[in-house]
Ligand binder design. Structure first.
Ligand SMILES: [Zn+2]
Length: 455
């Protein structure tokens, strides 16, 4: 190739520069699409919406699907935000790879406008790439994989757990002396989390625990200390930021410790857990709880029933979309692949619970809260449920309720410390629960679909 004159060279170099600039934007988009597998359509989102997100038709008036777009509607039934088919590959990635603040900015600025090619390109370059999986290591299958563990609740002793209401005190009818058994859920979850962390770290994983000591909340202090030293500061600052109106501020200021826990602290602390977990950019998150038989209230005698269940996100009610940030969480779950990935890890966890614990899987009819608040998935015992953590954590996740503590046999087995492995003295049941999550996580990262999708 040769050039007859100088202007022709300049023209050629300009064109080359132009191609280079385009490629810089196009390549990341193509890489994103390649990682997610085939990019999905509006119709795929509608299928996901119907099965996993729309609790008993409660979002029928809030989300609208057309052949080439989907819309979020405001309270007046007006279109407020649109996702057009050509925007899907970029927006589905954007909501999983950006902060709530960035998402809110996009939601407000975009509204129902169509993003130009240039705007889509610039969105791609703002996304963080922390969700990518590290290179596989055959000797340590979880090498450098980030796993967040949330040990549910925070009290490890009976006195503290009274505020949370997370204990069972049962008369054991099986014992001749009619012993009383006291189990504290926050202690069981913490012991489980410690065993699980040690198992995962042995395979090379990087683990974050949302609370790191017994009786200490996600704010790194006890609830009693938070109430004594931090409460006023927090309420004042929320009032200043207008996140708390004057009336509610005055009421909360006067609340005693227990009332304050239920009216404010419980949800406030869960939001802190989600925030901590999200800044860790986990490849997967595990939320650990132990259940009770809801038909056995007030849990003073043992139940004969025992079930395992797990939750993933989804099942939004109409009121759930009132808060602006919830619309963003909803869009992330609607457009992206996290619900599908959570269902995969949920299925693996339910299989492990069944194999290791030998307990039946819950059906929706087993508990009132399952009937009211959940949607069935493709796996028995695994339900969509819109809890603060299943909604706000930005990663594939599993929220496990492995067994009923108040079951007659179970409470006796949990009330021992007959097992000492992975540096934790606890009951064999707690160890088996930890092992179940561990096996599910190992199998999840062996899943070829997970490897391809990059998370
Ligand atoms: Zn719980």
């Amino acid at each position: 190739m040769y050039f007859n004159n100088k202007p022709e060279i300049t023209k050629f170099l300009d064109a080359l520069k132009h191609i280079f600039v385009i490629m810089r934007f196009i390549i990341p988009i193509l890489m994103f699409i390649a990682q997610t597998g085939l990019s999905q359509s509006i119709a795929d989102c509608k299928v996901r919406f119907d099965k996993y997100l729309n609790l008993k038709g409660s979002l029928d008036d809030r989300v609208k699907f057309e052949s080439n777009a989907l819309y979020i509607l405001n309270e007046k039934n007006e279109k407020e935000f649109a996702v057009y088919a050509n925007e899907m590959p970029v927006l589905s990635e954007f909501f999983e790879n950006s902060s709530v603040k960035e998402q809110q900015k996009l939601y407000t600025l975009k509204g129902c406008n169509k993003l130009s090619k240039k705007q889509l390109d610039s969105l791609v370059i703002t996304m963080n790439s922390d969700s990518k999986l590290p290179r596989s290591n055959p000797s340590k299958p979880l090498q450098n994989i980030r796993i967040a563990i949330d040990p549910g609740h925070f009290s490890s002793n009976y006195e503290d757990s009274k505020v949370e209401g997370k204990y069972v005190k049962l008369v054991n009818e099986r014992s001749r002396k009619k012993d009383t058994i006291t189990l504290v859920e926050g202690q069981l979850t913490f012991l489980t989390a410690q065993v699980l962390r040690n198992m995962l770290e042995e395979q090379g994983a990087k683990v974050l625990m949302s609370r790191t000591q017994e009786n200490i909340t996600a704010f790194n202090q006890s609830y009693a200390d938070w109430f004594k030293y931090r409460r006023n500061k927090v309420l004042d600052s929320l009032k200043q930021k207008k996140e708390l109106d004057d009336d509610k501020y005055k009421i909360l200021k006067q609340f005693p410790k227990e009332k304050m826990f239920w009216a404010f602290f419980r949800d406030y602390e869960l939001m802190e857990r989600a925030k901590k977990i999200n800044t860790f950019y986990p490849h997967v998150s595990v939320i650990i709880h132990y259940n009770v038989d809801d038909k056995n209230s007030p849990w003073t005698t043992a139940s004969q029933r025992n079930n395992s269940m797990c939750f993933i996100g989804g099942a939004f009610g109409a009121k759930d979309l009132a808060k602006p940030s919830n619309k963003l969480h909803f869009l992330r779950l609607l457009l992206g692949k996290q619900l599908h990935q959570s269902e995969t890890i949920g299925r693996l966890t339910m299989n492990s619970f069944e194999k290791n614990l030998k307990i039946t899987r819950a059906k929706q009819s087993d508990a009132d809260y399952l009937m009211k608040h959940t949607l069935n998935t493709n796996c028995q015992g695994l339900f969509c449920r819109n809890l603060i953590l299943t909604r706000c954590i930005n990663s594939p996740l599993i929220y496990g309720e492995s067994l009923y503590q108040d079951n007659a046999k179970e409470c006796a087995m949990l009330n021992t410390s007959n097992y000492n492995d992975y540096g934790v003295k606890t009951s064999e049941r707690v160890y088996l629960v930890a092992k179940s999550y561990y096996e599910a996580i190992l199998n999840y990262f062996k899943d070829p679909e997970v490897k391809i999708s990059g998370k």
